[in-house]
Design a protein around this ligand. Structure first.
Ligand code: FRU
Length: 500
């Protein structure tokens, strides 16, 4: 084997994968991988095996790190590892070796990562800023024994910019107080107060902790037992600040919940309010959702993004626990949403969030081509943009040679995605459905529809309302028809982007 084969880097449009072997089998796999019919072309997916939540999102030295819940040995959920990938532009991802493996304390469940700039943890050498990750240990032996204390919080650190990780010798850093659902720590650096904050999902609420050194954590308060949606367990919280265009700064809390989402199963709600160093106080008692589709779960934001960039960048898992383990697969399961920028805006006297596609995405798509009526889609990656709608109704139908259809429509006070006849749908009775998001008085001017081989993401007015759904056509979608003709309906197909 040549060293070139061993290093195993090969290049695909949008993705670079690292494989560890060579020879004919490798060549066969290589010629097929990332071109599988159901493989999304501009969304992140694992090379093989199972993936769920994005974890440890941190920007460091010009690189976006993306870790994720991963079971490399099967295509269903199992003993969790942290898979790892990096990118400099949020579009092209380079797969890296697994960062964290399960050990005697348990599986490695979801969590976050931060740059410890002043080496408060002491993990770094002089002048070195370690990366510190915090995750949940899930001990399957304790769970099987019927105990309640099998989830605890632990840390790991990297001194080589995320390439390799060491688990802290005194783990866990937060022991379980006897509660079964006690997980998904998300750390936030509260710069002005010189302190680390952490949000933790605890069964039906969130608990906030603080720390000076990322090792010792003090519980501050609890939030949410009587607020928000409670149709399922609370998971994967995220706490951060956000300022609107007038300079108002608010605190935002994202909380995933499963089941109990607006389309059934998994979904993410959010609260906007204030945090006084102890307690989070929401602006009102309204339950708000970040997405009205069925497939945007466990999403969180990147830490470490520079102030000069200033964006709050988000990515979610494009699936739903209702059927995630049963969806059609071709060697791997699931992909992540497109990265989104979260913005704070005021609507009807309340602060709400807008989730917009990150600006980097525009590099992916070729010149706009104006469409009216029917058009062909030549490649799996497309962006359909409709401008100047001024509140009128529209229906966009994607179809293939098998007459399978995915329909996106605006009308009757709502935005809908109909995937009832979108291909393979029978693996779960909940899957073939029409999902709708209420416009609640919003006037739709601009509609962006991001279509990939097996997913659709709809953005109204650049993020006032968002819907994300997956679907599994048995042949690629090759046609788009628009039923309503407005000046400014354009189709942009993905251009051939290759990593240098
Ligand atoms: C959310 C979740 C987390 C947990 C992880 C396990 O999808 O259930 O709460 O840490 O997945 O894989």
């Amino acid at each position: 084997m040549t060293s070139k084969c061993n290093s195993g880097f090969f290049i695909f449009p949008l993705l670079v994968a690292v494989l560890s072997s060579c020879g004919p089998e490798f060549e066969k796999r290589r010629s097929y991988l990332f071109k599988e019919p159901l493989r999304n072309q501009y969304h992140f997916s694992p090379v093989s095996g199972w993936m769920n939540d994005p974890n440890g999102l941190v920007f460091h030295e010009g690189v976006y790190h993306l870790f994720y819940q991963h079971y490399p040995d099967d295509k269903v959920w199992g003993p969790m590892h942290w898979g790892h990938a990096i990118s400099t532009d949020l579009l092209n991802w380079e797969h890296k070796p697994i960062a964290l493996y399960p050990d005697s304390l348990g599986f490695i469940f979801s969590g976050s990562a931060v740059v410890d700039n002043n080496n408060a943890s002491g993990f770094g050498a002089a002048g070195q800023s370690p990366l510190v990750a915090m995750f949940t240990y899930h001990n399957p032996i304790g769970e099987q024994a019927g105990k309640n204390d099998f989830q605890s919080q632990a840390i790991a650190y990297s001194l080589d910019s995320g390439k390799s990780w060491s688990k802290y010798i005194s783990n866990p850093v937060i022991k379980n107080p006897g509660i079964r659902d006690f997980r998904d720590p998300k750390i936030f650096r509260w710069e002005s107060e010189n302190v680390w904050l952490m949000a933790l999902a605890v069964k039906d609420h969130v608990e906030f902790f603080k720390s000076n050194d990322l090792k010792g954590w003090e519980k501050l308060s609890e939030f949410g037992k009587d607020l928000g949606a409670h149709g399922g367990v609370w998971e994967c919280p995220d706490l951060f600040t956000l300022s609107d265009e007038s300079g108002n700064t608010k605190w935002v809390l994202l909380v995933s919940i499963n089941p109990g989402g607006p389309q059934g199963g998994s979904a993410t709600q959010y609260f906007v309010g204030d945090f006084d160093g102890m307690r989070f106080v929401p602006q009102d008692t309204v339950t708000r959702w970040i997405d009205f589709g069925a497939d945007n779960y466990a999403g969180v934001t990147w830490s470490g993004v520079s102030e000069s960039d200033g964006r709050k960048l988000f990515i979610g898992w494009m699936s739903n626990w209702q059927y995630a383990n049963a969806v059609p697969e071709q060697g791997w399961r699931s992909s992540l949403t497109i990265p989104r920028e979260i913005r704070l805006v005021k609507r009807d006297e309340a602060f709400v969030l807008k989730f917009s596609p990150v600006s980097e995405l525009s590099q992916l798509f070729g010149q706009p081509q104006t469409i009216s009526g029917a058009s062909n889609l030549s490649v799996p990656g497309n962006l359909i943009e409709v401008n100047g709608l001024e509140g009128k109704e529209i229906k966009v139908i994607f179809s293939n040679k098998k007459k399978e259809q995915l329909i996106v429509s605006v009308g009757g006070g709502k935005v809908s995605i109909d995937r009832t006849n979108s291909g393979t749908v029978g693996f779960n009775e909940k899957f073939p459905a029409v999902h709708s998001g209420p416009l609640d008085g919003l006037v739709v001017n601009n509609l962006k529809i991001f279509l990939d081989a097996a997913s659709v993401e709809v953005f109204v007015n650049d993020g006032d309302l968002v819907m994300t759904d997956v679907f599994f056509p048995t042949k690629p979608m090759t046609k788009v028809e628009v039923f309503a003709t407005y000046a400014g309906t354009s189709l942009r197909s993905i251009s051939s982007v290759w990593i240098k």
